[in-house]
Every structure is written in C-alpha cells, then in structure tokens.
Design a binder for this molecule. Structure first.
Ligand code: FES
Length: 234
C-alpha cells in the first residue's frame, strides 16, 4: 500500500472509530471509561440489527475480566431508573439505545454472591420468555439462589436475595453504521470486590493482572450459549 492510500485508510478508520463522540452525555453518575466498539467473533462490527432477542450477548467491559450482557428487549423500551449500589453510590441507569431504544447492557455479575458467566457454566442469563423463576418474560435470572432483575428498568432487582440492581453499562449507537460501543459504566468498587473473590480463577483465564486490563478499542460480543458450555434454565 502506498503512503497516500495508507493515510486514507487511517483517516477513514479514525472517523469510523470516533462516531460515539457525538453521542449524548453519559447518564448521571456513570463513570466514563475508554470507549470500546462491539464486534463479532470474526472482528466485524456488531450491528444493532443483529442483536438477538432470544438471549444475551456476552462481552467484556471495561476490563477484560468483567463480563457484561448486551440485551435486545424486543418490543420493550428501556427507561432510565434511579438506583443505588452499596459500594459505588447512587446513579441513574441509561435509557435504551438503537432505533427502537430497546438495547441495554449491564454487568453480568449477580450482586448477591457474585455468580457470573464462565466458559464452563453460567447460572445467570437473560430469559426472553417467562421462566419458572421469573414468572414473566424479559427478565434476567440468577439460578444460584433465585434472584430476578428487570433489564428494562436499569436491571433493578425484582425478587430474590440480591441486594441491588445489576450495574449498568452505557451504550452508544451510530445510526449511520448501526454500530454499537460501550462508553462507560458503574462499578469500579464492585469490580475490585469481584476480582478479589475470584482472583485465582481470573488469573487462570487471563494471566496475572490480565483480568483488570482495559479491553482496548474493541470488545467481542458472543451469545451466552456460545460463551458458556452450560447455561442454567431456572
Ligand atoms: S449469586 Fe445470584 S442469587 Fe445468589
């Protein structure tokens, strides 16, 4: 590639990579983190139109060891909710993004005893149809001890022993490309507790220190059924 062509490609990449800068300001109290574009397993940009309604996609953000859910609520739109984390304080969860305001993201770590999706197993999932535990469609259920969360209301706790909501991840959506990016979240103190609780498991997967490295400019989003070999169905 000659220099002129290289500069053109770089300029195009910079423009494509910067579209989230025109997005609305972060919801109140959500901490800014370096943005990460969501991509498919082959590295191609994930489009909002390709996010399934049947299950959550799993991606890491803002650190490599923090699993998050991307959820398409289908006919439901997500509304901001005023919530609180015992460790990270009060916050307002963001509204849904995308052409139908129905795409939301949250940290996929149960706030009860920190169950989270591993490559072997996940006790926590998004249930698009009514599950025995949730009793209503469109809930996040944690089968470890039976907590239920509503992703359309900031992943607020609905029932069960969880003390508070799953923590929110701010998304940005680009209408022109239909691309998605994660741009901020709540939970830095919560993440420290999670890292402490699962340190040896996380070191096995990511290497010493690898689990708290930022994800970088992109983060891969894959269906939970591909991320975890077994998913609980309570
Ligand atoms: S760890 Fe999720 S309900 Fe206990």
């Amino acid at each position: 590639m000659d220099r002129r062509a290289f500069v053109k490609v770089c300029a195009g990449t910079a423009i494509a990579a910067a579209w989230w800068r025109g997005q609305p300001a972060l919801a109140a109290s959500i901490a800014d983190h370096p943005p990460a574009r969501l991509v498919n397993a082959d590295g191609s940009p994930l489009k909002a139109a390709d996010v399934p309604t049947t299950e959550a996609l799993v991606f890491a953000y803002p650190y490599r060891g923090v699993p998050c859910f991307l959820i398409n609520l289908g006919a439901r739109a997500a509304h901001p909710a005023t919530l609180a984390s015992p460790e990270d304080g009060d916050y307002t969860s963001p509204a849904g993004v995308g052409p139908h305001a129905n795409l939301v993201a949250c940290v996929a770590i149960c706030t009860h005893q920190l169950s989270y999706p591993t490559p072997d197993y996940s006790a926590i999932r998004y249930a698009d149809s009514a599950s025995p535990l949730a009793g209503a469609p469109g809930r996040i259920v944690c089968c470890t001890h039976g907590s239920v969360y509503d992703p359309a209301a900031g992943a607020a706790r609905v029932s069960g022993p969880a003390p508070n909501a799953l923590l929110p991840v701010q998304l940005a959506w680009d209408a022109e490309s239909d691309g998605l990016a994660a741009t901020g979240c709540v939970g830095d103190k919560f993440f420290a507790r999670f890292f402490d609780a699962y340190k040896s498991d996380l070191i096995d997967r990511f290497g010493p220190g690898g689990y708290h490295q930022p994800v970088g400019e992109t983060t891969v989003a894959i269906p939970l059924s591909r991320h975890s070999a077994a998913v609980s169905t309570c």
